[in-house]
Design a protein around this ligand. Structure first.
Ligand code: FES
Length: 107
């Protein structure tokens, strides 16, 4: 059975920012908030050389890794452009201003 875990409120995360949720099963998960107040969750470990994606630059619905500029689609975790890879992506939902995360990677 899948379970939604409450992980805080929308305003806990700055627009175009991220915060990190620590999990036992999947390590650190980066929760991103876009300028349009969309919430996305990716593993906080870049598949290139383990850069901390939560410290990346959020632009549109993408994040660019702070170490070597690989860019990921926040809605899938897949890379954008010439780089090939995928950061683990997790489902999120918002009820009112409360945020929920499901620990079931979709990629
Ligand atoms: S560690 Fe992320 S692009 Fe290299």
């Amino acid at each position: 059975m899948s379970v939604w875990h409450r992980i805080g409120r929308l305003n806990d995360i700055p627009q175009q920012g991220a915060r990190v949720v620590k999990t036992e099963a999947y390590g650190e998960i980066a929760i991103f908030r876009t300028l349009k107040d969309e919430i996305h969750a990716l593993a906080n470990t870049c598949p290139h050389k383990k850069g901390p994606l939560a410290q990346g630059i959020v632009h549109g619905a993408k994040v660019t890794c702070p170490l070597h500029n690989w860019t990921f689609d926040l809605s899938t975790g897949g890379t954008v452009g010439p780089d090939e890879g995928c950061a683990g992506h997790f489902p999120t939902k918002m009820e009112g201003d409360e945020l929920f995360l499901k620990l079931e990677p979709t990629s």
